[in-house]
Design a protein around this ligand. Sequence first.
Ligand code: GLN
Length: 535
Amino acid sequence: MTKYIFVTGGVVSGLGKGITAASLGRLLKSRGLKVAAQKLDPYINVDPGTMSPFQHGEVFVTDDGAETDLDLGHYERFIDEDLNKYSNLTTGKVYWNVLNKERAGEYLGETVQVIPHITNEIKSFIYSVGQKTKADIVITEIGGTTGDIESQPFLEAIRQVAAEVGRRNCLFLHVTLVPFISGSDEPKSKPTQHSVKELRGLGIQPDIIIARVDRPLDESIKAKISLFCNVAPDCVIENRTLPVLYQAPLMLEESHLSDIVCRELAIGAPKGDMSGWYEMLDRIASRKGRVKVALVGKYVKLHDAYLSVAEALQHGGYENGVFVDIDWVDSEELGDSTADKLLSDCDGIIVPGGFGERGIEGMICAANYARVHHIPYFGICLGMQIAVMSFARNVLGYADANSSEFDPNGEHSVIDLMESQQGVSKKGGTMRLGAYPCKIRPGTQMAAAYGEELISERHRHRYEFNNTFREEIEAAGMAISGTSPSGELVETVEIPGNDFYVGVQFHPEFKSRPNRAHPLFKAFIGAAIKRSQNA
Ligand code: GLN
């Protein structure tokens, strides 16, 4: 029978609930348990696909094409299990489903209400992930902070799940903050007490409290939290701020988190083997040297907008034994007059995905600068399209070369709307989404990185390389190194004369893991190291 763990957050947002849920997932997986993870988000958007990266950070895409919350990226990186469309639910989606059922007459004349109809919909989603994945344990993170009006139906639904599955089959983990007040030089438990009181008012008694702290939590404060919040003394777990995210599972395990979870859920799984994880942390700790990568984009003021790209760059560093310093370059500040100042001392340039015209010219400038100065270049999705536009402008001499996303009536639309996207006007879930196969041409930089001929990567875009210009572009020296299996769609391009100059229409960052860097990120950082040594 599947068991359920719910992770809620109290006091303030941003305490690392997602990392806590993901770390626990990793620890339980290491004990031989099959773990599934999901996130329930209280906002009204049907999914984060329509939300600005400035507000919500990146949209994480699963193999089956769901546009999801960025915490799912943490789950995949830590737990190393591919997630799916059952892994993220929002209030918007809940109401959408319920209203569709109401219009279809499925409620047979009943008055449709938050309880039980909305909560039933939420519960069936929670149960479905366990059934679909046959997981031993489903970890469900509830977005937002206890006390938010909008998360109440979710909290009510998980209270009901606990009542239905019974004790020993369900566990509540509450992540809170224990601030340290300078001056009086004391850690304070009162905010935690208040947020637990709030939860108890909703019928939820947390079993485990994970206290986020900047310095070690002393025994007296643990005892106080245990007494006032009615949890066992060893169920108050310290959650320190860490220099490397991936240390989190082992730090939580110092307080025996997975032993306690197994005890409370009456699971007889033996202690897990985390030796591979320790080896990875050793590798991370023994990095020497640094490379500087310029990340050129328009959302650089919010680093979460490029979370998976930033993580994958670090993974590339782990695998190559170097620190990767990311220089966040605002593409709107980049142009011919500033390129030298902003880019000349970097060892690699990456242009990630994006939408809309703002900042495009700066990205085109970066792609050209990398090509001319032989700086390793890695273009992802929009970054690949930028590489093609930049090549068409500067090598083919088409000064107006563009994507029809930005210039719908241009003469040289080297990037054009995909055929399958013609006439699509609805937003949300309508792009080319999810995993597609790609055939790699032997002898290319792509082939060297992957060492395979057929790969599968995740997509999220509407525009694509325009085949009208294919011959011309190839003849001028930009190689088409990867296509859809039929050869029809151009999925990757590169410049053979450069050490690493690769543009990919897909998003490799989603499949990178801390203990298994994505081959393209590994190769890109490898090329950056070479450049830093020769520069
Ligand atoms: N805006 C571009 C497109 O829709 C690129 C999308 C992306 O980078 N994810 O094709």
